[in-house]
Design a protein around this ligand. Structure first.
Ligand SMILES: Nc1nc2c(ncn2[C@@H]2O[C@H](COP(=O)(O)OP(=O)(O)O)[C@@H](O)[C@H]2O)c(=O)[nH]1
Ligand SMILES: [Mg+2]
Length: 204
């Protein structure tokens, strides 16, 4: 997929109708600070498109970006931030349930995990949630520039074992070096193509 246009659509504290709804959606899930917003900026080639942050837990909204007038990228609020109050945790849960329970257009989830660490309890819970609810997903191991090549290989194996994905299904990615960007754009194109196919199904 070649990115021709990328624009911010809206921020929502609760999933509901928005201007570009109805197009296929790819959601970005992962812990705060894992690199979701950086990845959206990197793959779209638009540096200030999604707000990135040094301090975890800043993105408490669902942010939507329109790509090529063709699909919506949905940047979900991150989980796993430290020092969170019970009410914040509840509102995070309600936002996620509100999104996953109400979107009709979600075609794929990019589940981001940090390549440096063993997937956390929340990472494993997200993985289990996606499987249990039948959402198609790709695990993306972020910040690949922070480890050596040999470390990358062993960490990818460890992540694959923990999240029960095959080694060829995981994409190592770095928004610093753009490693993995082409693969992710390919995946996005596949998702678009598959959802066009689905729409034609009733006729043939
Ligand atoms: N070295 C490196 N740092 C990254 C990468 N992606 C994100 N970061 C840094 O990690 C922090 C959190 O990134 P952000 O995109 O805001 O994470 P989000 O909370 O998941 O949206 C920022 O300081 C980024 O500069 C990466 O691929 N490599
Ligand atoms: Mg973010």
């Amino acid at each position: 997929m070649i990115i021709k246009t990328a624009e911010f659509v809206t921020s929502m504290s609760k999933y509901g109708p928005f201007a570009t709804a109805g197009l296929p959606e790819i959601a970005f899930a992962g812990r705060s600070n894992v690199g979701k917003s950086s990845m959206i900026n990197c793959i779209t080639g638009r540096n200030g498109l999604a707000r990135t942050s040094q301090s975890p837990g800043r993105t408490r909204l669902i942010n939507v970006f329109l790509i090529n007038q063709q699909m919506n990228l949905v940047d979900l609020p991150g989980y796993g931030f430290a020092r969170v109050s019970r009410s914040e945790l509840q509102s995070w849960g309600a936002m996620m349930d509100g999104y996953f329970g109400n979107t009709d257009c979600l075609k794929h989830v990019f589940h981001l995990v940090d390549i440096r660490h063993e997937p956390s309890k929340e990472d494993r819970e997200m993985n289990a949630f996606l499987r249990a609810n039948g959402f198609a997903f790709t695990v993306i191991a972020t910040k690949a520039d922070k480890v050596s090549y040999s470390q990358q290989k062993s960490n990818l194996n460890m992540i694959c074992r923990t999240l029960q994905v095959q080694p060829w299904q995981i994409i190592p990615f770095s928004s610093k070096t753009k490693a993995g960007r082409a693969e992710i754009l390919n995946r996005m194109e596949e998702v678009c193509r598959e959802s066009e196919g689905e729409e034609q199904e009733p006729n043939g």
